[in-house]
Design a protein around this ligand. Structure first.
Ligand SMILES: Nc1ncnc2c1ncn2[C@@H]1O[C@H](COP(=O)(O)OP(=O)(O)OP(=O)(O)O)[C@@H](O)[C@H]1O
Length: 467
């Protein structure tokens, strides 16, 4: 890795110094800042590539600093440091435009892993956006799902991909909206053309129009050469407008015009050009609510939501957890160059299956990456999990309700044989869980079935209203 210019921002001098010492050893050029104000001043010079920034600081908070840096057009990638209990805040930071987050206490190996990821991304960005879109287009995500909700989603994705339709992907932060957008592109006739992702929340208001539509030389102070703009870079391909809810109203009008007319005009130009671009947009906001509050244009909302794909949070599709964990373990081990893929001890599996995952797949990915770094002898044990996860998940594990125990059976009159079998299964599984005091692994063992099948069945019963 070429030597990165990194800034460590934390109001605790000891943490600053420890991280700086490690980064220096790893070959980075490091500067330190003890608060947001000092950091902003230094970042304004424009030569810091990555900032490792505490979220909670007196004065300007880490999140506010990300916002200010974005608004000022500073191109630094932020990795936020957060206490595990405040993953929600980390999610807010990602929405403000941070590139990643890391949980305190920061482990050197993990920090290095995240820096490598960011270094790759920045390198590609600097080299060529088209190249980046090709690299990002590699098939490297898990798309085999167990849950009924995700299988239905897969069907929607397969149906809409080959068409020219605009798509709106909605869902909580970290559910995989970007992954779905890429999948749509890869399965479309545009697959060999660029896929250009744009984070609308990270574009400074004063530059957004020229970023999207380009500008001619001399269009405004500082425009010393013409710029093509992301729409033309995506010509023939797909433009992924992430965090579309953050687009200012004035830009929403222009975007609608471009979508409808299929032509764009660069800032300062008199002439329009045709642009053949498919739009996939994503948001974790409630756009309908934003329309009601006058913060999002209704006409653009209708245009975008012709085809909506809602991504459920991970906690509502637990049947996907096992395959996702296996996939992320494998991918993480490959990326870290491990000789073999560590396995999860049964208690670890149980805890991860019981946890609520407020940060969704992104959070799961972080937990797995961390565990891969810590695992000894090819086994991930509870000690390799963030203590907060163990703390949060343990009571859930013990208290998992076995409701609906006897209510499902006997069958109602008129039930088909299949319905009756389902009801019977539901009763047996619920009873086994109750008899095992909520211990699903034990219940699954007694019933002679796998734990993931038990979760899958439970989810199916929930969907059918049997539980
Ligand atoms: N199906 C999947 N297979 C593999 N990795 C996934 C999958 N879904 C999500 N991820 C991983 O989770 C992380 C978050 O995914 P992504 O950025 O697509 O989420 P998002 O919903 O767009 O989040 P945000 O709203 O914060 O931008 C990524 O690192 C991605 O690789």
């Amino acid at each position: 890795m070429k030597s990165l210019d990194v800034m460590v921002i934390d109001d605790e001098p000891v943490i600053c110094q420890m991280l700086a010492a490690h980064l220096l050893k790893a070959g980075c050029n490091v500067v330190q800042a003890g608060n947001g104000e000092e950091a902003f001043e230094r970042l304004s010079k424009g030569d810091i590539e990555v900032a490792i920034c505490d979220i909670k600081m007196p004065g300007i908070s880490g999140i506010e600093l990300v916002r200010q840096a974005r608004a000022a057009g500073i191109d630094t990638s932020f990795i936020m440091m957060t206490a595990f209990a405040s993953v929600d805040t980390a999610i807010e930071a990602m929405q403000a435009g941070a590139a990643d987050y890391i949980v305190k206490p920061v482990r050197n190996e993990e920090l290095q892993h995240r820096l490598l990821k960011i270094n790759d991304m920045r390198g590609l960005r600097a080299e060529n956006r088209v190249l980046r879109s090709l690299v990002q287009g590699r098939r490297e995500d898990q798309f085999e799902f167990n849950s009924a909700a995700m299988r239905e989603l897969g069907r929607l994705v397969d149906k809409v991909s080959p068409t020219a339709s605009t798509v709106l992907v909605t869902g909580e932060s970290g559910t995989g909206k970007g992954v779905v957008a890429r999948r749509i592109h890869q399965q479309s006739p545009r697959a060999n053309a660029p896929f250009i992702p744009v984070n609308c929340g990270a574009l400074p208001d004063n530059l957004i129009e020229s970023e999207l539509f380009g500008h001619v030389k001399g269009a405004f102070t500082g425009a010393d050469k013409a710029r093509k703009g992301l729409f033309l870079e995506a010509d023939g391909g797909t433009l992924f407008l992430d965090e579309i809810g953050e687009l200012p109203l004035m830009m929403q009008v222009k975007l609608l015009h471009v979508i409808e007319e299929k032509s764009i005009r660069a800032v300062g130009s008199e002439q329009s050009r045709r642009a053949d671009v498919r739009i996939v947009a994503a948001t974790n906001r409630d756009l309908a609510q934003m329309v009601a509050e006058g913060r999002f244009r209704e006409d653009l909302y209708f245009r975008l939501s012709v085809f909506q794909i809602p991504l459920p949070p991970l906690r509502e599709r637990r049947a996907d957890l096992m395959p996702l964990m296996a996939f992320l373990l494998q991918r993480g081990a490959e990326r870290m160059g491990l000789a073999r893929v560590p396995s999860l001890e049964p208690e670890v599996e149980e805890l991860l299956l019981a946890y609520q995952w407020p940060g969704n797949v992104r959070e799961l990915e972080h937990v797995i990456d961390r565990a891969l770094i810590l695992a000894d002898r090819g086994q991930v044990s509870c000690a390799d999990l963030p203590p907060q996860i163990v703390k949060d998940a343990t009571p859930l594990l013990a208290a998992q309700p076995a409701e609906g125990v006897d209510g499902a059976w006997p069958a109602s009159p008129g039930d088909s044989l299949r319905d009756q079998v389902r009801r019977f299964e539901c009763t047996l599984i619920s009873r086994a869980i109750r008899d095992a005091d909520g211990d699903r692994r034990l219940a699954a063992q007694k019933l002679g079935m796998g734990l993931s099948s038990l979760y899958r069945k439970q989810e199916e019963f929930e969907t059918l209203g049997l539980l």
